[in-house]
Write a protein that binds this ligand. Structure first.
Ligand SMILES: [Zn+2]
Length: 284
């Protein structure tokens, strides 16, 4: 199995188990992933602070982790302050050289996590948002997203896309850019929009939280198995709300897809792995 979207950095998965924070250790989640027959984990970055963590941990994973670099639409205030704000063009200015360097040196298997997040608390004008209005925040998000899609396309790399409360808007930008190598992760948009994207050749990755999400269950029912991928989004989107998630749990997503489509779980595993290889190519 291939986990096409996870956040394996030192903050989420420290090298040593930190019982005080009840976090799982990096090496524990890797051995659990191997036992679950996971052959690859795509580890995406979100901001300028976690890129190096992603590379460092991938280098210690025996080839299991494939790094990705991207600037997420939701940013933290600064390195030590995790309060959330909408990404700005000034963030992109600092981030673009990092992304270009990773692309030029062939360090990444895709560009991500990038996309749009129109959640109210992210785009609402507030003291953390450089005084931008909601419209301006959405507009800067779109520009940051589009620029990274263009860089990925110029390098013939896939994009790993976040679209919270903005599924349709993110897809529109991808169509305008004529993007072809796309995975929409944890898509919360309408199944009808997802179906149209499948016609454009886009893939949809399914997290373990599908076991408790009627929405993801509907999306999976609407789409063919040939367009589905497995993702953990660890440490988010686990089978149990509020409990840290890890790559090994993609087994639960595969089982749920098998249940919905009334097929054997082996078929889901085989097809989603083949789909991931088709999308990512030899980089994975
Ligand atoms: Zn993510």
């Amino acid at each position: 199995m291939i986990d096409v979207h996870a956040h394996i950095n030192l903050e989420n998965f420290p090298l040593e188990t930190n019982n005080a924070e009840k976090k799982k250790a990096f090496h524990d989640i890797l051995s659990a992933a191997k036992s679950a027959n996971i052959s690859r984990i795509v580890s995406v970055s979100e901001n300028i602070y976690d890129v190096q963590h992603i590379f460092d941990l991938a280098a210690q994973s025996d080839g299991l982790i494939k790094p990705a670099v991207g600037l997420h639409p939701v940013q933290r205030l600064d390195v030590n302050d995790t309060r959330e704000r909408s990404v700005t063009l000034s963030d992109l200015e600092h981030f673009e050289p990092v992304l270009k360097e990773a692309i030029a040196n062939k360090k990444i298997c895709c560009v991500g996590e990038i996309g749009l997040d129109y959640s109210r608390h992210i785009v609402t004008t507030n003291q953390y948002n450089d005084g931008l209005s909601e419209d301006e925040s959405r507009n800067e998000q779109r520009q940051v997203f589009r620029r990274q899609v263009e860089l990925a396309m110029a390098a013939d790399l896939p994009v790993n896309v976040h679209s919270r409360s903005a599924g349709h808007h993110a897809l529109e930008i991808l169509y305008e850019c004529r993007a072809t190598r796309v995975v929409m992760h944890a898509f919360d948009g309408r199944p009808a929009h997802a179906k149209k994207a499948v016609e454009a050749g886009y893939y949809f990755s399914v997290p373990p939280s599908i076991v408790r999400s009627p929405h993801f269950q509907k999306v999976v029912a609407a789409l063919p198995l040939s367009s589905l991928l497995l993702e953990s989004d660890s440490p988010a989107l686990g089978p149990e709300k509020g409990v840290d998630n890890e790559p090994a749990n993609i087994t639960l997503a595969a089982q749920e897809i098998a249940r919905i489509k009334d097929i054997q779980v082996e078929e889901v595993v085989k097809q989603t792995t083949a789909n991931a290889r088709t999308l990512f190519g030899p980089a994975i």
